[in-house]
Design a binder for this molecule. Structure first.
Ligand code: SF4
Ligand code: FES
Length: 251
């Protein structure tokens, strides 16, 4: 296969960027998208040019490090998949693909397809944990939790923090990510003690980082590689409302 690429190249955060054309020859349909980019980069390095910067780590769809737009779609056209799990057989010989980084004010550019997603870390730091002593693994096994609740908590915990939901949202909102992190702790007994302080602190941090509000468009759910449901957002909003009422009562 021959694939034509138009890749966003930007040397640094304050440098101007532009789309640069490249051609990937002899692409195997069994290559992953990132392996195809590796081959393009080997060619660039051999010619003494700067390779295309992009993030990746596990390349197994579990770490959340990879991610960019392919023809405007976060992680590309394959539903429920990260870009590292996307293979070239999803495209046709001769295709032209436009690669761009996530575009959101809260994700400032670093280089080429790499953006700074540390805003997500700061949302987690605001409350995405339990700070009470919940014991060891054997204690967790002693606390019985109904299976449907565990399943729901695990579905929310599947969020890998990639940022595709933000990139897809016209408001650059990160509420799918934030609500998934709030929900997976808010459903289990170990997360109850801090449930209402957590939702206030994490939502306030989300807003302070410059992410937009949710207007129920649903693009986030459509592009999420872990198919996180927007019902997490409804649950977060209910908990936030309850938390503000509790705070009002307690002064
Ligand atoms: S909710 Fe989905 S798209 Fe958003 S950060 Fe988590 S895994 Fe990525
Ligand atoms: S590199 Fe880990 S999810 Fe893609």
């Amino acid at each position: 296969m021959k694939i034509h690429l138009r890749v966003w190249r930007q040397a640094g955060p304050d440098k101007p960027g532009r789309l640069v054309p490249y051609t990937a020859d002899n692409v195997s349909p069994d290559m992953s998208f990132l392996e195809m980019l590796d081959v393009v980069n080997e060619g660039l390095i051999a010619r003494g040019e700067d390779p295309i910067a992009f993030d990746s780590d596990c390349r197994e769809g579990i770490c959340g490090t990879c991610g960019f737009l392919i023809d405007g779609l976060p992680h590309g056209p394959q539903r429920g998949s990260t870009v590292c799990q996307l293979h070239m057989r999803a495209f046709s010989d001769g295709d032209t693909l436009v690669l761009e980084p996530w575009r959101a004010r809260a994700f400032p550019p670093i280089k080429d397809l790499v953006v700074d997603r540390s805003a997500f870390d700061r949302i987690i730091q605001a409350g995405g944990y339990t700070s009470i002593n919940v014991g060891g693994a054997q204690d967790a096994n002693a606390i019985l939790i109904p299976k449907p609740v565990v399943e729901q908590a695990m579905d929310s915990a599947a969020c890998i923090g990639c940022g595709a939901c933000v990139a897809a949202c016209k408001n650059a909102s990160a509420v799918l990510f934030t609500s998934a992190k709030i929900t997976h702790l808010g459903l289990v007994p170990q997360g109850q003690v801090e449930r209402y302080t957590r939702v206030i602190n994490m939502v306030d941090r989300h807003d302070a980082e410059g992410f937009g509000s949710c207007s129920n468009e649903g693009e986030c759910e459509a592009v999420c590689p872990k198919e996180i449901s927007i019902t997490n957002i409804a649950r977060m909003n209910r908990d936030y409302l309850k938390a503000t009422l509790i705070r009002g009562v307690n002064g």
